[in-house]
Design a protein around this ligand. Sequence first.
Ligand code: AMP
Length: 391
Amino acid sequence: MNILVVNTGSSSLKYQLFDMDTTVSMAGGVVERIGEEQGVLNHKDFSKGREEKTRLEQKIEDHREAMHLAASLITHNIDAVGHRVVQGGEAFKEAVIIDQAVKEAVRENNSLAPLHNPPNLIGIEVAEDLFPGKPQVAVFDTNFHQTLPEKAFLYGLPYEYYQKYKIRKYGFHGTSHKYVAGRAAELMEKPAREINLITLHLGNGCSISAVKGGRCVDTSMGMTPLAGVMMGTRTGDLDPAIFGYLMDHTGMSQKEMDEVLNKKSGLKGICGHNDLRDIHALAQKGDRLAILAVDMFAYQIKKYIGSSAAALGRVDGLVFTAGIGENDDIVRARILEELDFLGIDLDEEKNKIRSGQARAIHKDISRVQIWVVPTNEELQIAMETCEVLER
Ligand code: AMP
């Protein structure tokens, strides 16, 4: 079965076609700057055993035109389409075949994810037109975290706010956490239901999940992807009183505050940069704020490992993934410093080896296994699309 995976952002479209008999990607691409003067499409085809690239630069009016362009470059038959949808609220515990009711439910969650759900819906509607009669499946970023118990997902606010306004922790990056937790169980040669893992998705956005016997029991992100550890440009957890205090003292509007919390904070807020490669280069030259930014980042993640361990009761494995988790040995080492009291012993040499493959980086004596597992959200969406259709 050939599954096309579609991920629509506000001005972008990512897509990948999988042959699910082999789980190999046959083609994929990214369309960017949709709606701007000059759009760009970068397409790759792997089906002839080598990579063939196509690049188009032209005005791309809207997502409909973007999807048409992408589809015109895909020479294979498409059996079904799997869509990434960011916010499924409480309505969806797992992937679903999209019908009118599902689209309505996604629309109802728009206010919880105003930047993501509306373009996701557009992607669904365009794909329905373009591939009539082919099943369309929605895989939600929030699915994997729907197993959180009430004590973990509720905030200490009046309970009626949860009932009236749906205020609760939803968690994000669920597709990535689920994928790497599943891969780690395979690599550890243990059934997922028998092991407890802490999965660390550390990229531009960062989240940490506690996964008990294959089910997520807690996660660092909250009602929005702003919560948890500090990130490239996002604050992470804050004392909620800071928001009103800053508005009073600076005269900033709520919109301006949102901009500060989402785009001007985190690593960037501390040292002026959000890419850890730039930050390490500055730190090596002795830049105090770059050194401080790495210190703070590693310390906050370390503390989430501690709280996740407490939530799990027993930890069998740590799994690092995404841009920083997969590539940054300096940050991994800093996070795991002095965690031997939890049975976490990093092998410094294994940690330094660069590779695009999944690999173990713990010492033989480490009670907790430590893995680096490249994430593959597109493949996870394709796998879940297949599962839904088979069911
Ligand atoms: P992602 O959101 O998963 O694409 O991750 C992007 C982030 O990963 C970048 O902002 C960098 O901070 C980090 N990153 C990517 N590649 C490397 C690398 N080779 N070394 C250190 N950090 C990296």
